[in-house]
Design a protein around this ligand. Structure first.
Ligand code: NAD
Ligand code: 6OD
Length: 503
């Protein structure tokens, strides 16, 4: 189906009534009792999508208690096979309602249909399928031990759900990142209360309809909308019946949530910010390095935690690389999501645009050469009211420039030459963050050698954002705590309990 046809179907599918968000608590949609709500505006042209209710302590308490009751009730009594069948049905239903999810996500974020239909929505379905498959075949360890009386003992481990999991998610890949946590949490037998980003309330709400459709017991999946401090986010992470907090977002927010989760000593799993490097060696396949770096620097308007904002290029190919990346950036088409030629959307909000543009100004103050872009994007008609910026490339900054050190989260990058492998590794690692790195080389030995020295959770060689969901995903240093993905998710979403039986 063409993207335009998809668009027509999707916008019709997402009827006006559904553009207002609602909390989803104990299997029912509700506006809650605070009487507070806010306007949800699309960053495409700042027009009103609908309203979002702000949850308070009462909504959080109701959601957490519903989640606890489901654990102690029908959900807790389901067999693994029943639970995983239900999660597979969730995945099927997301795919069946693909167009509605797509329309909702693209309204909230402004991202191109081409991107969301290849990444965000299919990955959300895959997040449920993959974790359902993972837990189907789980086993645990057993140890037989001798005892002084000669009878012996057997130890075996039980993996039990952790309990009620608080899921706090960001706006950049809203459904993908929320389900990346909800999928394994439910597969392991937990129940969840989700506090989606205030910028992107729609797809989390829509998932409530899916849960009801497939027959998920009430209280298994709950959503309460709101903000962070002094609002639903803080109330949720402090709630005494919450057993674990999984969060994706800014490192500074992670610090606040960690303090909140410290009450009652709740475990946290954090996927945080980054200032990710790419190292491009002269022996790379330049076509592939340019194609990959175009994606890592500009995809989703640079709003991907794994995105590349620092590029180190070996001197012999520096000028060629800069010229080709400039040509690529200048070839990007900004526009409406449904336009098949669009490959760059707006930033998430006017507030974020102000932040990104402040870095664009700072780059010039700090002495950058602006290779391309460097300012707001002029857009026609209604789009002029949206959160658009130009894709931007700089060179010439010193290593201590704030633009080279702070996460900007926009469609921009700085390119710097290097002369030796050791220098490139030192520069790439010179950051308090440690989320991801990309290395471009055709030399196999170098690929292994350099990857082994990157202080990051994820290192891609000759690729970027190539994801096998069974692998460990997370950040080193200030980019996170813990790893999620495949069996690694069990570390956070289950409690291991050893049973020792004396024979
Ligand atoms: P954010 O930290 O501003 O917000 C994330 C969520 O936290 C939102 O739902 C927000 O309402 C909530 N929140 C804020 N303060 C809170 C508090 N005190 N208590 C409870 N909840 C609170 O992040 P964002 O702006 O939505 O997303 C962008 C950031 O997320 C970037 O830094 C990016 O690098 C990071 N990110 C990281 C990953 C990863 O996998 N490491 C993935 C995506 C985004
Ligand atoms: O692919 C994933 O599982 C993942 N967590 C991606 C994060 C992207 C950050 O914006």
């Amino acid at each position: 189906m063409s993207v335009q046809a998809l668009h027509r179907r999707a916008y019709l599918g997402l009827d006006t009534a559904r553009r207002d968000a609602a909390h989803f608590i104990d299997g029912a949609f509700t506006q809650g009792t605070t009487g507070k709500n806010w306007e949800n505006r699309t960053p495409l042209d700042n027009s009103l999508i609908g309203r979002v209710p702000e949850g308070g302590r009462a909504e959080i308490d109701a959601a957490v208690r519903a989640a606890k009751a489901a654990l102690d009730g029908p959900w807790g009594r389901m067999t693994v096979a029943e639970r995983t069948d239900l999660l597979s049905a969730v995945a099927d239903e997301i795919n069946a309602r693909f167009d509605e999810f797509l329309a909702a996500e693209c309204l909230d974020t402004g991202k191109p249909y081409g991107l969301a239909s290849h990444i965000d929505i299919p990955r959300a379905a895959a997040n449920f399928k993959m974790f359902a498959d993972t837990v189907k075949t789980l086993s645990t360890e057993t140890f037989v031990m001798p005892t002084p009386d000669g009878a012996g003992a057997i130890n075996y481990a039980l993996r039990r759900p952790k309990g009620v999991i608080a899921v706090i998610s960001p706006w950049n890949l809203p459904l993908l990142l929320m389900t990346w946590k909800v999928g394994p949490a439910l597969a392991c037998g937990n129940t969840v209360v989700v506090k989606p980003s205030e910028e992107t309330p729609l797809t989390a709400t829509l998932l409530g309809e899916v849960m009801n459709k497939v027959g998920a017991p009430k209280g298994v999946y709950n959503v309460v909308h709101g903000f962070g401090p002094g609002s639903a986010g803080e109330f949720l992470t402090q709630h005494p019946l919450v057993n674990g907090v999984t969060f994706t977002g800014e490192t500074r927010t992670g610090e606040a949530i960690m303090r909140q989760a410290a009450l009652g000593v709740r475990q946290v799993s954090f996927e945080l910010g980054g200032k990710n490097p790419a190292i491009v060696f002269a022996d790379c396949d330049l076509d592939k390095a340019i194609e990959g770096t175009m994606r890592s620097a500009f995809a989703n308007c640079g709003q991907v935690c794994l995105g590349t904002e620092r590029i180190y290029v070996e001197r012999p190919i520096f000028d060629a690389f800069v010229a080709r990346l400039k040509a690529g950036a200048e070839g990007l088409r900004l526009g409406r999501p449904e336009d098949p030629s669009t490959n760059l959307g707006p930033l998430i909000s006017q507030e974020h645009r102000t932040k990104v543009l402040s870095y664009y100004r700072k780059a010039i103050e700090e002495g950058a050469t602006v290779v391309t872009g460097g300012g707001a994007a002029d857009m026609p008609g209604d789009l002029a009211q949206g959160a658009w910026v130009q894709p931007t490339i700089w060179t010439g900054l010193t290593d201590d420039a704030s633009v080279v050190n702070e996460e900007i989260f926009g469609p921009c990058c700085h390119i710097r030459p290097f002369d030796t492998e050791g220098e490139a590794i030192r520069l790439a690692n010179a950051t308090p963050y440690g989320l991801a790195a990309a290395v471009w080389t055709e030399n196999l030995s170098r690929a292994h050698r350099v990857a082994a020295q990157m202080d990051v959770g994820v290192c891609w060689v000759n690729s970027w954002f190539l994801r096998d969901l069974r692998t460990a995903f997370g950040g080193a240093k200030q980019s996170g705590i813990g790893r999620e993905g495949g069996l690694h998710s069990l570390e956070f979403y289950t409690e291991l309990s050893n049973v020792c039986i004396k024979l």
